[in-house]
Design a protein around this ligand. Structure first.
Ligand code: HPA
Length: 273
């Protein structure tokens, strides 16, 4: 499909009609991390299904609502439930959430995800601030006709995971009760977990964690010059590191175990941005 600027504007116009203020911070919540949305005060919830030209979340643990309100005194717009390639969406469709944020006036975006730890110095329950990513499979979400209103055809990704936001997040880690690293996130399409051989390859390439989301959103943010903070929660050691099979349930359980600390951590970051 040939997307136009007006295609994206239609979603934003709908949301703006319900929520008349400009949110400063956009938040996208990953698998098992939806509790963070409970922190939002003075909230207005909009079902994804009601937003024209938006997508619908198909993962059971993802809620599928856009929540606008306040956290730590800041206006936020939060996606509780995100979209993944493995759900059957095209790369091109996966630009939709960040472009909505951009058109709503969002200045900084925070993305969280569940990830498998590749770095054997990491433990389940640790947090990794994404310093950079590796995406070697599939096309870019920015393929297709460029929409100049969002950004240039060719764009830089050097500071895609914004250094100043990572610095703030590292400072907030102190006293959070969380172990916070900085590292490289490697994208795999899923829905299957990676093979042990893929994980060994990922480690050789310099990955610290693997996951099935985030990079499409990060690239869309870089294209429209939106500062971004990526926060991965290590919900399991990646395939082949420990004995036993990987199960989706353990992802949710591990995220649940640190959800209170993580909620406070992200709240502190939002207050400081
Ligand atoms: N691999 C890919 N995505 C994930 C994993 C994993 O091990 N854990 C949580 N999301």
């Amino acid at each position: 499909m040939d997307y136009t600027f007006d295609y994206f504007k239609k979603s934003a116009d709908y949301v703006r009609q319900i929520v008349p203020y400009e949110p400063e911070i956009g938040i996208i919540l990953g698998s098992g991390l939806g509790n963070l949305a409970d922190e939002i005060e003075d909230r207005t919830e909009i079902d994804y299904a009601d937003i024209p030209n938006f997508l619908v979340s198909t993962v059971a643990s993802h809620r599928g609502t856009l929540i606008c309100g306040r956290i730590g005194g800041k206006r936020v717009v939060c996606m509780s439930g995100r979209f993944h390639l493995y759900e059957g969406y095209s790369y091109e469709q996966l630009v939709i959430p960040i472009r909505l944020f951009k058109l709503l006036g969002v200045k900084n975006t925070i993305i969280t995800n569940a990830a498998g730890a590749v770095n054997t110095d990491y433990s389940v329950g640790d947090v990794m601030l994404i310093r950079d990513h590796i995406k070697l499979n599939g096309e870019s979400p920015l393929c297709g006709k460029n929409i100049d209103e969002f950004g240039p055809r060719f764009f830089d990704t050097t500071d895609m995971y914004t250094a100043s936001l990572r610095k703030t997040a590292l400072e907030c880690a102190e006293g959070s009760g969380l172990t916070v690293h900085e590292g490289v996130y490697m994208f795999f399409t899923g829905p299957q977990f990676e093979t042990p051989a893929e994980i060994r390859a990922a480690r050789l390439l310099g990955a610290d964690a693997v996951g099935m989301s985030t990079v499409t959103e990060a690239l869309t943010a870089a294209h429209c010059s939106m500062p971004l903070l990526g926060i991965s929660v290590m919900t399991n050691m990646a395939a082949g590191i420990n004995d036993g099979k990987l199960m989706h349930e353990e992802v949710g359980e591990a995220a649940e175990r640190i959800s209170a600390e993580l909620q406070n951590y992200v709240k502190r970051i939002i207050e400081r941005i």
